[in-house]
Write a protein that binds this ligand. Structure first.
Ligand code: 15L
Length: 292
């Protein structure tokens, strides 16, 4: 298990599903946490934690919350597909406030990005079935430096968040770890999640490694468990010393028939988000710059 961070860690989005898991588990590991969210914190406050209600749109409040912190786990903001105007405040302007606070404190940002920043990549051939015995299968998998192909305004805001990290690293030396989270739930619930599921325990270990790694620079990690049917290949996990330990494969028999029947949803990695307000007559080309 990684060391306890030397300075307090700010967790935004602390009242959300993943924020609550992280608050509970990281506090249990002895971390000193500063929790913040626009919504009240619904659980008993963990040991050594402080909670302050704040809006990501309030730059001064975010600066204050980050004072003295060595890292910001940024899990706040809109976490599902929504109209542009709903996404823009928290996920674009709010993200800027988080990065400005990190710059002032010399803190590292661990950003809850999402698979929806690349959701319009097609699923690899054969990904619906079990992986062939002994297959490495890495040729068909997406590496972390693939093109962004956001599948909605939410995914677009996550691509922007990753690029904000790129900018603040290149211009200000602010370190940042961008977690392209697949589907982080207590358990997988459909066939797609046999590829995309991230267990809560793997998430906690991932965030702990991202905060405590000696150096990260700007890096990107596919945040899913060790699922043999994963869509995703190379990333920077070795840099932070993280390896997932859980797998969705145990749920295959129960879930492989759980598909939507929607051809857009089933074609692309982002699943249902791709089908929201989809209006093309024919699918876009696999190569992002091709005409056909
Ligand atoms: C996400 O980014 C969402 O926050 C989550 O609610 C799921 O929809 C997940 O992606 C997913 O793709 O399954």
């Amino acid at each position: 298990m990684p060391d306890t961070p030397g300075k307090p860690v700010l967790l935004t989005g602390a009242s959300g599903n993943l924020g609550r898991v992280l608050a509970r588990e990281l506090a249990a590991m002895g971390w000193t946490l500063r929790l913040t969210d626009i919504a009240p914190f619904p659980d008993p406050l963990p040991h050594r934690a402080r909670f302050v209600r704040a809006d990501l749109g309030d730059g001064l409040a975010i600066l204050r919350q980050a004072e003295g912190c060595g890292a910001i786990l940024h899990f706040g903001g809109v976490s599902v597909e929504q109209p542009f105007e709903t996404v823009a405040g928290p996920n674009l302007r709010g993200l800027y406030h988080v990065y400005e606070a990190a710059r002032r404190e010399g803190a590292r940002v661990v950003f809850a990005s999402s698979n929806h920043s690349i959701g319009f990549h097609e699923r690899p051939p054969g990904s619906a079935g079990p992986p062939p015995a002994g297959a490495q299968g890495s040729e068909a998998k997406l590496d972390m430096d693939c093109a962004f192909r956001p599948d909605g305004y939410y995914g677009l805001s996550k691509a922007y968040g990753e690029l904000m990290g790129r900018l603040y690293w290149d211009k200000h030396g602010v370190e940042n770890v961008n977690l392209r989270i697949g589907s982080c739930f207590p358990r997988p619930t459909n066939a797609r999640m046999l590829s995309t599921w991230l267990s809560y325990a793997d998430l906690v270990r991932l965030c702990a490694a991202a905060v405590t790694a000696p150096r990260t620079g700007h890096c990107v990690i596919w945040a899913c468990s060790a699922n043999p049917a994963t869509f995703w290949g190379k990333d920077h996990r070795d840099r932070i010393g993280w390896q997932p330990q859980d797998s969705a494969e145990a749920f295959r028999a129960e879930l492989e028939g759980v598909v939507s029947g929607d051809p857009v949803e089933e074609r692309y990695q982002g699943g249902a988000y791709c089908a929201v307000e989809y209006s093309r007559r024919t699918p876009s080309p696999r190569d992002p710059f091709a005409l056909e």
